[in-house]
Design a protein around this ligand. Structure first.
Ligand SMILES: Nc1ncnc2c1ncn2[C@@H]1O[C@H](COP(=O)(O)OP(=O)(O)OP(=O)(O)O)[C@@H](O)[C@H]1O
Ligand SMILES: [Mg+2]
Length: 379
């Protein structure tokens, strides 16, 4: 993972001599009690910088550690300041790089820290280019890039997952068209069957594209929900009527539970999308002759819209994972019903957009209840 770039002598970007000289008080002491008043100000300023900064004098002693440096490395500043670099509890690689800088070389590297575990940092160590106390003072700058790296990884996974999900229906469409153009077109029963299959595959493709568009809109920062007063009963009615055909196909009964005439401030379109995804799951992961009930109530200053099914349920250890994109408990069953594992991540995003949350309770073999919970401020 390590990568060393040698830039030769010079100041790190974004730091000028004034700042550096201020960080290195005359007698090699950390600015503080009894120090120059300017040093105090500089410390306060550096403590507000999000990057970790550590200064060393020409003898290799740490003279300053800002607040971020201690936080990122999980260290108490007092354990580092005033000590020789090799006597500090800093990670070995940080010490080595600091010594490179003291020796006049500027080095840069990305590191994964073992403590705190999983933390990724970008580390830069540079000599200050001034002689002081018979040696070359140096500065070490540390940036926590854990979140950035995680986002990059999620993006990469996302693209890989989409490609994977697209591959099957696209391959099926290609094969069906191929079969039709190679003779099957002359056989009416085959044509009928293949066209049905083609319809199913293209429906799956367009559903996938639709879900991806909704997700990307929900995730883009620009989107502002169009809040309006929504009568829950109406949204429930709209969603359940829309799912009647699906419910018949799965031989599942839809029940309209009480909604107490509740009015909610919400984005009507997104609320409909969320509820529709929950009812879709409640039908598809149900059993023959099963029941889906949608109801709403006010409780403790919250509005709760719940979808209860009598279906297969979800194992306890997978309850939180079902909200991840592309996650499916039973891949074969979900794919059979045209699912790609995006529905519940859409639901989660919709609820985040409303400042609410989604709850789930489930009993394998008995059924599940998913509840959209809106805070009192949404009322
Ligand atoms: N009511 C439910 N009962 C049992 N399992 C469920 C239920 N809802 C969701 N799941 C499980 O959670 C997984 C993720 O659900 P999600 O709605 O995100 O995706 P999907 O239904 O597979 O596909 P999509 O909704 O994108 O068409 C499902 O594949 C299923 O395994
Ligand atoms: Mg679903």
């Amino acid at each position: 993972m390590g990568r060393i770039i040698t830039w030769g002598m010079g100041m790190p970007r974004g730091m000028d001599d004034t700042v550096m000289n201020g960080m290195m008080p005359d007698k090699g002491q950390e600015g503080g009690d009894g120090g120059h008043p300017g040093d105090m100000d500089l410390k306060a300023v550096l403590d507000r910088v999000s990057a970790g900064i550590m200064a060393l004098d020409g003898t290799g002693r740490v003279t300053l550690v800002n607040e971020a440096m201690g936080r990122i490395l999980g260290l108490v500043r007092d354990a580092v300041v005033g000590r020789e670099i090799d006597e500090t509890p800093l990670p070995a690689r940080v010490r080595v790089m600091a010594k490179e800088a003291l020796g006049g070389r500027e080095v840069e590297e990305e590191l994964e820290l073992s403590n705190p575990p999983g933390t990724m940092v970008h580390l830069k160590a540079a000599p200050l280019g001034v002689e002081m106390g018979g040696g070359n003072p140096a500065v070490v700058i540390l940036e926590d890039i854990t979140a950035r790296r995680r986002v990059e990884m999620i993006r990469r996974d996302f693209v890989a997952n989409i490609s994977h999900e697209l591959r099957t229906p696209v391959a099926n469409v290609t094969a069906l068209v191929d079969a039709l153009s190679h003779g099957a077109i002359g056989e009416p029963e085959l044509v009928e069957r293949f066209l049905k299959d083609l319809e199913r595959e293209t429906r799956r493709l367009s559903q996938l594209v639709e879900d991806l568009l909704i997700l990307s809109r929900l995730e883009s920062e620009e989107i502002a929900p169009q809040m309006e007063e929504v009568r829950i009963k109406q949204v429930v009615e709209e969603v359940l009527s829309d799912k009647e055909k699906l419910a018949r196909r799965y031989e599942v009964n839809l029940r309209r539970g009480p909604t107490e005439g509740i009015l909610l401030r919400a984005d009507r379109r997104f609320l409909t999308v969320a509820l529709s995804n929950l009812v879709d799951n409640a039908v598809k992961y149900n059993r023959q002759g099963g029941l889906v009930t949608v109801e709403a109530c006010r409780r403790g200053g919250e509005v709760r819209i719940s979808v209860t099914d009598t279906g297969i349920g979800i194992p306890r250890d997978q309850l939180s994972r079902v909200f991840e994109r592309f996650y499916r408990v039973d891949k074969a069953r979900s794919r059979e019903s045209g699912g790609t594992g995006l529905g519940l991540s859409i639901v989660k995003h919709v609820m985040e957009l409303h400042g609410g949350r989604v709850e789930v309770e489930s009993e394998p073999g008995a059924g599940s209840t998913f509840t959209l919970v809106f805070r009192a401020s949404s009322l």
